[in-house]
Design a protein around this ligand. Structure first.
Ligand SMILES: Cc1cc2nc3c(=O)[nH]c(=O)nc-3n(C[C@H](O)[C@H](O)[C@H](O)COP(=O)(O)OP(=O)(O)OC[C@H]3O[C@@H](n4cnc5c(N)ncnc54)[C@H](O)[C@@H]3O)c2cc1C
Ligand SMILES: *[C@@H]1O[C@H](CO)[C@@H](O)[C@H](O)[C@H]1NC(C)=O
Ligand SMILES: *[C@@H]1O[C@H](CO)[C@@H](O)[C@H](O)[C@H]1NC(C)=O
Length: 502
């Protein structure tokens, strides 16, 4: 009797569950059209993941006002192409690795040159080619801080890598804070609101170590010193690890590859506004649609979409998109994007500028500075995006291509200080990253019912892999919200739950 009742209720739950799922599926057919604004790594990977989730019938349009790749681009100097924007990937950047594999591209390992940290007068730290000497030197100067930093960063990366299993199991998050909290708990979210300096001091690192080693590492990547938040700061320190790589032929090839693989339509045009349109009884979609207006070479146009994915920073100078007719209005916090100038010089570095006695044999190929009064933050020898043949590689002695990062364009006089002589100069100015000024609130991921914002994650950290992770999160979130699968959204304590389910 009891057994029978138990079975009965199990059955009724199963049947009801199946019915409910069936009803939900029937009520909600797939969306007809999805728009993605931006064809950088965020937009192109969103196209790829949205196609995976929503199937082959939905039309996916990708709008791009500039070049496919966005902040991934190459630049020509001395007869070869070099990464001009985002260049370095970490071995744990698993979405990027998967893309490269699935698209049939190949990985190019970064050759590790010798690095030094220059304070404007002398080198406070200089790597030597013999690893053990480096290590002993670091220990000598900074005690156990260096060793600890390595494990400290590793620990965060381990927790961060949980995102891949959560995303494989279809879990998504409605805010950046919830996503990060699910990975590393309060420790992660607190880092968003604390500077890297405070974060490391709280973890017991010495002031000297932070100033000598951590500060210049932040300088290269973000030009904002120790004020950046502790989350992006720790990720940046992972850039000092080995096994760093980039994509053969240029990182931007991933973007064009993903757009092709996702079978979406690339539209060359600048989106100018998004407006909510109510269409009663529009077949196969919700009660309202979004109208995107955009400028193409053929003039202004407009189209209607069920779902809109914003894959560009929405700050005024960057994207210039207006949201019309929303109540309450969609407000984008106007965040300053930090200018970084990358100058490529084919020439011979001026050793005496760095205090190297004549005749100078400066062996370093990466110099970062920890003196904010200097006019540049780093200078490093770079390799082309394609492997060179032996004959191409045999350059006249001392001539290399150097990349100089600076907050302002370099003047002729500054170039003459840094280089003994040079043959060519090429420069690219970027609005590179948000100005990180913790504490701050992350922008929303859900801007409106079915408008999503991939780049909200940039306020936690800006990197290629972050955009790809956010793109997958948005694709999952858009899917689960469309089909009402609330159980796949914002689940906390996933780590424990997944362990007990195994
Ligand atoms: C100099 C530099 C060095 C970097 N180094 C690294 C690194 O070593 N490793 C790393 O992981 N990351 C690095 N980054 C960061 C990385 O490049 C970015 O985080 C990433 O490329 C951002 O991609 P995204 O697709 O989110 O944005 P974006 O690449 O900016 O893409 C947005 C796209 O949207 C388009 N768009 C904007 N508005 C509109 C509109 N109204 N209509 C249509 N299209 C529009 C833009 O033209 C752009 O193509 C670096 C960045 C810079 C600038
Ligand atoms: C090289 O650096 C020294 C020292 O800063 C400077 O005096 C000189 O003008 C620089 N330029 C060249 C071409 O040597
Ligand atoms: C961080 O600080 C901002 C602004 O003070 C606040 O709105 C936000 O809730 C804080 N976030 C966390 C995770 O503490």
């Amino acid at each position: 009797m009891e057994l029978g009742a138990g079975l009965l209720s199990v059955f009724s739950v199963l049947i009801l569950g199946a019915l409910r799922a069936g009803v939900a599926q029937e009520l909600q057919s797939p969306p007809n059209r999805i728009a993605i604004v931006g064809a950088g790594i965020g937009g192109s990977s969103a196209a790829y993941f949205l196609r995976q989730k929503f199937g082959k019938d939905v039309q996916i349009d990708v709008f791009e006002k500039g070049e496919v790749g966005g902040r991934l681009a190459t630049l020509e100097i001395g007869g070869a192409e070099y990464e001009a924007g985002g260049s370095i990937l970490h071995p744990l950047n698993l979405h990027m690795k998967t893309f490269v594999k699935e698209l049939g591209l190949s990985v190019r390992m970064r050759s590790d040159g010798l690095g030094g940290i220059y304070n404007g007068e002398e080198f406070v730290f200089q790597e030597s080619s013999w690893f053990i000497i480096n290590f002993v030197k670091m220990l000598w100067y900074y005690g156990l801080n260096s060793l600890r930093m390595y494990t400290w960063v590793e620990d965060m990366l381990d927790k961060f890598a949980r995102i891949y299993s959560y995303q494989n199991l279809d879990y998504s998050f409605s805010t950046v804070e919830r996503l990060l909290h699910s990975l590393g708990g309060d420790d992660f979210t607190t880092r968003l609101n604390t500077s890297i300096e405070e974060t490391m001091l709280n973890s017991g690192f010495s002031v000297k170590y932070i100033n000598d080693i951590v500060y210049p590492a932040m300088g290269v990547d973000f030009g904002q010193g120790l004020k950046i938040n502790g989350f992006v700061g720790t990720l940046t320190l992972a850039g000092t690890h080995s096994g760093l790589w980039s994509v053969e032929g240029g990182n931007k090839r991933v973007c064009s590859g993903l757009i092709r693989a996702s079978d979406s339509k690339l539209i060359s045009g600048a989106v100018t506004s998004v407006e909510e349109k109510s269409l009663p009884k529009h077949i196969g979609s919700g009660e309202h649609l979004y109208e995107l207006s955009y400028e193409t070479s053929a003039g202004p146009q407009a189209d209607l979409y069920d779902i809109v994915v914003m894959a560009t920073p929405l700050n005024k100078p960057v994207s210039n998109i207006r949201f019309l007719g929303f109540h309450p209005p969609i407000e984008i916090m106007s965040k300053v994007y930090h200018q970084t100038v990358a100058t490529y010089v084919h020439g011979k570095i001026n050793g005496s500028f760095f205090g190297c006695p004549q005749p100078c044999q400066l062996e370093l190929s990466d110099i970062i500075t920890n003196n904010p009064k200097l006019f540049f933050s780093s200078i490093g020898a770079v390799s082309p995006v394609k492997a060179t043949t032996e004959s191409e590689a045999s350059q006249p002695t001392g001539l290399k291509v150097w990349k100089v990062f600076s907050p302002e364009p370099l003047t002729k006089d500054q170039l003459k200080l840094l280089f003994e002589s040079y043959e060519a100069v090429n420069e690219r100015k970027w609005l590179a990253y948000p100005e990180y000024s913790p504490p701050e609130k992350m922008p929303p991921v859900i801007l409106h019912d079915r408008i999503y914002y991939v780049n909200s994650i940039e306020l936690a950290a800006s990197a290629m892999e972050m955009s790809a992770i956010s793109a997958k999160n948005v694709a999952l979130l858009a899917h689960h919200r469309w089909y009402g699968k609330d159980g796949q959204i914002d689940q906390q304590n996933l780590e424990e739950r997944l362990k007990s389910e195994l």
